[in-house]
Every structure is written in C-alpha cells, then in structure tokens.
Unconditional design. Sequence first.
Length: 210
Amino acid sequence: MNVAVEMDAVRHGELLDISEAGPAPKRIIAGFGFWIFLLSDIVMFSALFASYAVLAKASAGGLTGAQLFDQRNVAMETALLLLSSYSCGMMSLAINSQRYLATFLGAVVTFLLGAAFLKLELREFQGMIALGATPERSAFLSAFFTLVGSHGLHVTVGLAWLVLMMVQLSLRGFQDAVVRRLHCFSLFWHALDIIWVLIFTVVYLMGVLP
C-alpha cells in the first residue's frame, strides 16, 4: 500500500509540475502556426502544379509555351527573385544582431528586387494577352495564369507585408513580437523563392520542349 501511495504522489507531483509550467511560449506557438500556414500554401501550389502538368499540352490549337515564353525575360525574373532572397537573408542576420540601418537596407533592397520581378511578370502577362493568349483561350493558358498569377499575388502580399513590418520596426523597435513577425516574413519570402524555382523548371524550361 505504501508503495502505491508513493507512486500516486509521484504521478501527482509530475502532473502538478507540468501544469505549473504553463503553455508553450508565444514564439513557439506562433512559429508552429506559421509553419502550418506555409504547409497549407505548399499543398495549394502542389494542386496548381498538378493541374498545370495535366493541361500543359491542351492549347486547343492556340499558341503554346514554346511560342509564348521569353527565356531571357524569365531568366531576369529568376535572377531578381534569387537576389531578393539573398538580401532577405542578410536582413534576417541584421535583425538577429539588432542593427537598424542594415535591417532597413536589406528590406529596401528586397522590396525593390521583388517589385522589379513583379514588373517583369506583369509585362510578360500583358505581352501574352496582346497576342490573344488570354486565360479563357485554352486550358493550358488557364492553368498557366492561375499558377504563375498565384505566385505573383503572393509576392505582392509579401511586399505589402514587408512595408508594414518596416513601419512597425520604426515605431516599436526590436520588440519580441516585431522580430518574430520579421522572421516569419523571411520564411514566407524564401518559400516563394523555392516555389518560383519549381515554376521556372516545370513551366518555363519544360514548356519550351517539343
């Protein structure tokens, strides 16, 4: 009986210690939630990639990717986004060391490169539409505009988010909440870079193959 009582006391003490420890820190909860968001975004893009793979050859007698895609323009877009990912990484390092000037400089460079990427992408869309290659023209073009346009929309949201974070940083400094949000932005931006590399490979490189 004494052993059983002692074991119950030990278990009760362990439960008491766990309950007194309280919930996980907010940064862990927020980080976990943001990873779930990124994974859900990856699932969405996976579905868009699958749809494009099925419909890539369904041009309905219209213009194909080999006729529409400008590889030089796409190469410039890729270079801009890769460079923006590098500047975003440098911004993250500056955030860790709480250097205001380096953080703002990294943010400005990231924003300018991302905006230049969007400008080239919009110019590409305008050129395709001018040739009559609109989303409703074929299943291929519908899948193309949906996939690439969704990525472009994410980049637009990312740029707006970056501007908002710089305003918060200038007003509140390197508070824990601000730093946490900046690191979440950095993860988001790098994820967009990875998705673009897949788009570059699956859509643009494989799209010019016969």
